[in-house]
Design a protein around this ligand. Structure first.
Ligand SMILES: [Zn+2]
Length: 295
C-alpha cells in the first residue's frame, strides 16, 4: 500500500487552502506492540500520533514536536512525538480502569492539551496550551489552531489497533499566498471533509479520498514523505535519569536487585546497569542536580 507510513501534502490550486494526509501502519503498530492498552486508549493515542505528524508537517522546525494531553481522568497522560525527520514515538499512561467509551474531556478529566516544540541542540522551546473541552481530539486541535496560531483548520482523525490516519485542511494565512478563501468556500470544504468516514480515512488510497471529497476543485498532490517509528532513548539519557534520582535511591535498588534496570516506556528496551556501572554513573553526576525528564 503506497500510502502506508506516509505524509502526503496537497494544495488547492484555486483556493488559499493547503492540506495533509497521513496514514500510519507499521510505524503505529511498533508503538503499541509492547503495550497492553485498552481499546479506548489505543484509539486516542493513535489519533494523537496521526495528529502529531500533521502538526509537525505544518511547521518549519528542527527538533521534536510533542503533543501532550494531561489530566486527572482515567487517561492521565498521552504523549505523541514527531521529529522534523518524521520519526514518531508515543505512550499513554492510565490510572485505574479505562471505560469502553467516553468523550475525550471525560477520559482525560478535562485536562489540558499542550503542544511543545523542542530543539535540544539550540536549547529552544516553544509551548502552546488549550483546555481539553471537546469530545474529540480533532476538535481540541482545531481549537488550538484557532487560538494559538490563528490558523483556521479542519481535521479528521481515526485509529484502530492496526492503523492510524488523519486529514487536515488549513487556510493559508493572508499575505503568504494570495487571498483569504471566501467564507463560503471554506465552509464548503469543511462540510465535504465532514462526510469522510473513519473507514475511508483508514483504508482508502489518498488519491481516492481526495477525489471523492474535492472533485470540484483542482488539487495538487505531492509525493509521500515517509514516517517511521524510532525511539530517542539512549544510555546517556538513562544515566541522566539515574543521576537525578540520586545515589541513595539508586544504591537501594542495586542492593535489592543486584543491578538497576530501566525500561523505556516508549520502546520497551531495557537499559541495565551493574554495580560497577552505577558507581561510574553516580560519580559522574553533576554537583547541582539537574532535573532530567522521563525521556
Ligand atoms: Zn526507547
Amino acid at each position: 500500500m503506497g500510502d502506508n507510513d506516509q505524509l502526503r501534502r496537497f494544495l488547492f490550486e484555486d483556493l488559499p487552502v493547503r492540506g495533509q494526509f497521513v496514514r500510519l501502519d507499521a510505524s503505529w503498530r511498533a508503538i503499541i506492540e509492547h503495550q497492553d492498552y485498552p481499546s479506548l486508549a489505543v484509539h486516542t493515542l493513535g489519533e494523537a500520533m496521526a495528529a502529531s505528524v500533521l502538526m509537525a508537517g505544518t511547521l518549519k522546525f528542527e527538533g521534536r514536536l510533542l503533543l501532550q494531553c494531561q489530566g486527572q481522568g482515567p487517561l492521565r497522560l498521552l504523549l505523541a512525538e514527531c521529529t522534523h525527520a518524521r520519526a514518531i514515538r508515543g505512550v499513554a499512561r492510565l490510572a485505574g480502569a479505562c471505560p469502553e467509551s467516553a468523550s475525550l474531556d471525560l477520559l482525560t478529566g478535562g485536562g489540558q492539551l499542550s503542544l511543545t516544540i523542542e530543539n535540544p541542540e539550540r536549547d529552544q522551546r516553544y509551548q502552546g496550551v488549550v483546555p481539553m473541552e471537546q469530545a474529540q481530539l480533532a476538535g481540541c486541535l482545531e481549537a488550538y489552531f484557532e487560538r494559538s496560531e490563528q490558523l483556521p483548520s479542519r481535521l479528521m482523525l481515526a485509529a484502530t489497533r492496526t492503523r492510524a490516519a488523519g486529514l487536515l485542511l488549513q487556510r493559508i494565512p493572508a499575505g503568504e499566498e494570495g487571498e483569504e478563501p471566501t467564507a463560503e468556500a471554506w465552509e464548503r470544504l469543511g462540510l465535504l471533509l465532514a462526510t469522510l468516514t473513519a473507514e475511508e480515512l483508514l483504508h482508502q488510497p489518498c488519491e481516492v479520498i481526495l477525489h471523492r471529497l474535492f472533485n470540484e476543485d483542482d488539487l495538487r498532490l505531492f509525493e509521500g514523505e515517509p514516517v517511521f517509528f524510532q525511539c530517542a532513548c539512549s544510555r546517556e539519557r538513562v544515566e541522566g535519569i539515574l543521576q537525578s534520582l540520586g545515589t541513595v535511591e539508586v544504591e537501594a535498588v542495586l542492593a535489592e536487585q543486584g543491578r538497576v534496570e530501566v525500561r523505556c516506556e516508549f520502546c520497551n528496551r531495557a537499559w541495565i546497569f551493574d554495580a560497577v556501572d552505577v558507581g561510574m554513573v553516580m560519580a559522574a553526576a553533576p554537583s547541582t542536580s539537574q532535573g532530567a525528564g522521563p525521556h
